[in-house]
Design a protein around this ligand. Structure first.
Ligand SMILES: Cc1ncc(COP(=O)(O)O)c(C=O)c1O
Length: 446
């Protein structure tokens, strides 16, 4: 049944509630196109302004996205729990899934031995008195960041990088405020920005990080915050170089009021040096998540920043969730301090690098230009996302359409290379080359 016949209501509030109920129940899954305003208005015998108001309300809450003549559709991760386990349809059976953006589970360090050691040493249960960051965890986090040149004033912990970014934006900005984000950029961040009612301003990205001219334009357009991925930018693999960092620091020095957020999610996996911007603005935060090196299920990130910013984030957490469990804190500390774990993380970093560069080289051999300086993804510019995704799916590879990551950037698709084997490289590169340059149709001559 088309989305058009699943939406009801006589007022804007009823129409938006009906769309929300459809998202919740799964009848309007992620990326479903909603009917054009006029068509739905005619069906429901209401004015187009009523439907437009309903769509606007859904957009402000981050449930749907609108892009001019492309219409309105349900976001990839609308901020409402759905009864369906997966928001996006699973890849067809038999296809290799390169769409997920996840680390290779086989390359994550095992937690079992550390949990066993923790069980033996954790001591008696603790209560509400133990709030905040354990001193030994804060000390270790501070030393790790300082070793990479991050000027740690204060720090706290959050439930992952995205949780940290949500708290930072919530602490500094109000709904409607413009936020500069990389374009293309991390899909989950775009969904978060939308669900907070903030206005994203896309900053183009090249292999060296956010483009200086793009940041300048975003600042001129009134951006109140800028979010930069330090390394392994998702989806392009960009990493901020020394030159780019110097140019951005010069630019940002004139905007001390801007909230600068750096997301160094590749952290210990990164194979290129960090060039932080931290400290150039008065309000800043530098986030390092445990997800990629140690496992997404840890839900832990270190958030360093200026005293006011950290105090706002930690203080807001205290009146809500409280703190990151000390059980989890101790587990993270054990992982950071274990030389065997460090060796596994180092091996994972080298393996991702080998898989990524092998695919890029095989694509280059076939005349296909793609990006992926660092991290676990390769970004492939394509003329048309739907036909590229379809051709690759028909060849047995599921890839992520770039629409999830883009605001105004040109089309592309993301290939996650984390779990590729050596044997995958040639068939995948062949499939990409065929998808982008299909052979001309054979003509029949009698
Ligand atoms: C750019 C970026 N930042 C951070 C993360 C990790 O986020 P979290 O710590 O919330 O798991 C990811 C995961 O894919 C990412 O792509």
């Amino acid at each position: 049944m088309s989305a058009r016949y699943q939406i009801g209501g006589a007022t804007a509030a009823e129409i938006s509630a009906s769309v929300e109920a459809g998202i919740r129940s799964g009848t309007l899954p992620a990326e479903t196109a909603l009917p054009p305003v006029r068509a739905l208005a005619a069906d429901l015998a209401v004015s187009p302004a009523t439907v437009a108001r309903a769509y606007q309300e859904l957009r402000q809450r981050g449930l749907v996205a609108t892009a001019g003549r492309h219409g309105t559709w349900v976001r990839a991760r609308p901020p409402v729990a759905t009864r369906r386990a997966a928001l996006l349809p699973p890849p067809a059976p038999g296809t290799r899934d390169l769409s997920g953006g996840e680390p290779d589970p086989a390359l994550l360090p095992p937690l079992g031995p550390h949990l066993a050691a923790l069980a033996a040493t954790i001591g008696p249960p603790t209560g509400y008195a133990t709030v905040g960051v354990l001193p030994e965890v804060a000390g270790a986090a501070r030393r790790r960041l300082a070793a990479d040149g991050v000027p740690v004033d204060d720090l706290t912990l959050t439930g992952g990088a995205l949780d940290g970014i949500e708290r930072l934006l919530g602490a500094h900005l109000s709904p409607g405020d413009p936020v500069a984000v990389e374009d293309p950029g991390w899909a989950n961040l775009l969904d978060l920005v939308a669900s907070l009612g903030l206005r994203p301003i896309g900053v183009p990205v090249d292999d060296e990080g956010p483009a200086v001219a793009g940041v300048r334009a975003a600042l001129a357009a009134g951006a109140r915050a800028l979010i930069v991925t330090s390394r392994a930018q998702n989806p392009t693999g960009a990493a901020v170089t020394a030159d780019r960092a110097a140019a951005l620091r010069t630019l940002l020095a004139d905007r001390p009021d801007l909230l600068l957020v750096e997301d160094d999610h590749a952290a210990e996996l990164a194979r290129v040096p960090l060039h932080p911007l931290a400290g150039v603005t008065r309000s800043w935060a530098f986030l390092r998540s445990a997800s990629k090196p140690y496992g997404p299920d840890l839900r832990l990130a270190v958030l360093a920043g200026d005293e006011t910013t950290v105090a706002r984030v930690a203080g807001r957490a205290r009146v809500g969730a409280g703190w990151v469990s000390t059980v989890l804190q101790r587990l993270a500390l054990a992982l950071w301090q274990d030389p065997g774990t460090a060796a596994l993380v180092d091996r994972a970093g080298r393996t991702y690098q080998r898989r990524r560069t092998a695919l890029l080289a095989a694509l280059a051999d076939r005349g296909v230009a793609a990006h992926g300086r660092t991290g676990i993804n390769v970004w492939l510019p394509v003329p048309d996302e739907t036909s590229a995704v379809t051709a690759l799916r028909d060849a047995g590879w599921a890839v992520a359409p770039g629409a999830q990551f883009r605001i105004a950037a040109p089309p592309g698709v993301r290939l996650t290379v984390s779990a590729l084997t050596d044997a995958d490289i040639v068939p995948l590169a062949d499939a990409v080359a065929r998808a982008l340059h299909p052979p001309p149709p054979t003509t029949f001559t009698a």
